[in-house]
Structure formats: structure tokens, C-alpha cells
Design a protein around this ligand. Structure first.
Ligand code: UDP
Length: 315
């Protein structure tokens, strides 16, 4: 298949690009490198350094059979301070991409959505029919694109899948997380172990959870990548499917710190800080739907293994 990967120079997009190339697909990465890295694009894939807003000529040239769309701003706190950037890149940029697809009659897309579309859940594990009440602009912007895809499926015959990621972690194909502004727990803990930071701040120990720290569902990037390849051919024209992607088990911040200590052999000093605004106590996915529909089964459900894979490429 001829595939265009928007955001294929970022963490998850680069892993999926590597998997597509390994599977024999013809891959073009479209990425403006605002947060991605050219050297994360595997050999065998072509890189077009172009933003979503200017994607039309690239699509006209490539004429892809399908698009995987990872390109986005993804920092929750920044989305609250600079919402314009989130509406512009995530929403207007996605609209430009969908229109560029329509112009070349490419109507198959897999989109990176997020658990942040649900906001504070009434129930965990979170199913796809849970209410969507995002608590920040990042989640709202991703939800807007999910709505956009539903209407493009109905009106324009798009075959679309939104994958709502929970906490993506680990590494595959030698590619891990490399953000200029790192906010995620596992890479931050590993930066302490690597001597790049003094300590890790634990954001709140007074949550209603067994050890008082927040619980999240850490899904391995390799498993996530498998889901994209399955999703690519799943929907028919006129269908927009939405699937949650998590490994179905929650781990607390303290358990992540303990796993990072075990993997690295470093004591990883922690400092107790206040709660981070907008952090729900517990976010765990029900991934029953994608398991039943597409036969997706996560292979890396052990937290220590996930952290070890991240550590192996971080050093
Ligand atoms: N967290 C923390 N210290 C940090 C970064 C994150 O205690 O320096 C906590 C955060 O409050 C949340 C969990 O780790 O409960 C996962 O946060 P992350 O930013 O990795 O992902 P999120 O769940 O926000 O998408």
C-alpha cells in the first residue's frame, strides 16, 4: 500500500513508519519537524518537511491509498495557555489534511486520538461509549477531529478509525521518546536515572488510590503500532470507528518509580509535590472493543518490561 504518515518523525509516528516499511509498504512521512526528528524516520521511508496546512501538493504527488495522522501539538498545560496553537495545528491542520485527501480521492485514515477526549471518567475502565467531556484544549481539539471524521465518513465516504491512546510508553525499532519539553512520567524518571535531573516530583500522594498516587494505563508503543496496522484496513467506506488503546491494567506513579528503580539500579530520588491541575485519580482503558473487532492483543503488559525497553534506547 502507498501510505502517507503525517507526524511520522515523532515518537509514535516514527515507530509506526518503521513497522509499515518492515511490512513492505511504500511510506512517505509528512512532518514539519517542529517537534519531530528527521533521524527518527527510518531508511526506506521518504520525508517531506511540510506542515499539515501545506499538505495538498505532497498528497497530489504521492497519491496515497491511506493516511495515518499523528501530527499534533500534545502538551496539556500548554494547550491551556496557548489554545490558538492547538486549534490551528490540531483542528485546522487536520481539516487541511482531510481536504487534501479528498482532492486526490484518498479516503482511508487512521487518526491518533486520546483518552483526554473523555476527561474525568465516571467509571473505570473507560469504554468507548463513555461521555466525552475533555477538561483541556488538547483533549477538546482531538475530540473535534473525531467529530470531523464522523461527518467525513457520512458525507464523503471516508473509511476512518480514531485510536484513543492512553499512556504510551516504551520503545520499538530502537525508537523511543525524545521530546524537547519532557512532561511524561517514565522518560522523566529515566532522565533522573541517567543523571540528567536531580529528582522526580510526584504530583500528589493524596489521591483515593491504594498508595495515594495517580493510576494510569501504560501501553507499549510496539503494541500501539500493531493496532495501527490492523486498523488501516478495518473500516469500510462510510464508517468511522473509535477504539480505546490501553493494556487494561493500571499502574500507580509509585509503581512506575519502583519499576524504573528496578530497571536502572538507580535510587531515583523523589520529591512530593502538589497535585497537577486536571489530573484524574485513575485512567484505565477498556480495550475490549478493539480486541473483539480486530483481534488486537497487547504483547507487552508488564510494566518493568515497558520501562526496560524505554531505558534501553534512552542510554
Ligand atoms: N507525574 C508525576 N510527576 C511527573 C510527571 C508525571 O507524578 O514529573 C504523574 C502525573 O501526575 C500522572 C502520571 O504521572 O498522574 C502520568 O503523567 P504523564 O504526564 O506521563 O501522562 P498523562 O497521564 O498526563 O497523559
Amino acid at each position: 500500500m502507498r501510505v502517507l504518515v503525517a507526524g511520522g518523525a515523532g515518537y509514535i509516528g516514527s515507530v509506526v513508519t518503521a513497522a509499515l516499511v518492515a511490512d513492505g509498504h511504500e511510506v512517505t512521512v509528512l512532518d514539519d519537524l517542529s517537534t519531530g526528528h528527521a533521524d527518527a524516520v527510518v531508511e526506506g521511508a521518504r520525508l517531506a518537511q511540510v506542515s499539515l496546512h501545506d499538505s495538498a501538493p505532497v498528497l497530489a504527488d504521492v497519491r496515497p491509498d491511506a493516511v495515518l495522522h499523528f501530527a499534533a501539538r500534545s502538551l496539556v498545560a500548554v494547550s491551556q495557555q496557548q489554545p490558538e496553537d492547538y486549534w490551528s495545528t490540531n483542528v485546522a491542520g487536520s481539516l487541511a489534511l482531510l481536504e487534501a485527501m479528498r482532492a486526490v480521492d484518498c479516503r482511508r485514515i487512521v487518526f491518533s486520538s486520546t483518552a483526554a477526549t473523555y476527561g474525568e471518567p465516571d467509571q473505570v475502565p473507560i469504554r468507548e461509549d463513555a461521555p466525552t467531556r475533555p477538561t483541556n484544549t488538547y483533549g477538546a481539539s482531538k475530540l473535534a477531529v473525531d467529530h470531523m471524521l464522523t461527518s467525513y465518513a457520512v458525507a464523503h465516504g471516508f473509511a476512518a478509525v480514531s485510536l484513543r491512546y492512553f499512556n504510551v510508553a516504551g520503545a520499538a525499532f530502537g525508537l523511543g521518546e525524545r521530546h524537547a519539553t519532557e512532561t511524561h512520567l517514565i522518560p522523566l524518571a529515566l532522565q533522573v536515572a541517567a543523571g540528567q535531573r536531580e529528582s522526580l516530583t510526584v504530583f500528589g500522594r493524596d489521591y483515593p488510590t491504594p498508595d495515594g498516587t495517580c493510576i494510569r494505563d501504560y501501553v507499549h508503543v510496539g503494541d500501539l503500532s500493531d493496532a495501527h496496522l490492523l486498523a488501516l484496513s478495518a473500516p469500510s467506506a462510510g464508517e468511522h470507528r473509535i477504539y480505546n488503546l490501553g493494556n487494561g491494567t493500571g499502574f500507580s506513579v509509585q509503581e512506575v518509580v519502583d519499576a524504573a528503580r528496578e530497571v536502572t539500579g538507580h535510587e531515583i530520588p523523589t520529591v512530593d509535590g502538589p497535585r497537577r491541575p486536571g489530573d484524574p485519580a485513575q485512567l484505565v482503558a477498556s480495550s475490549d472493543l478493539i480486541r473483539a473487532d480486530l483481534g488486537w492483543t497487547p504483547r507487552h503488559t508488564d510494566l518493568v518490561g515497558i520501562v526496560r525497553d524505554a531505558w534501553d534506547v534512552a542510554r
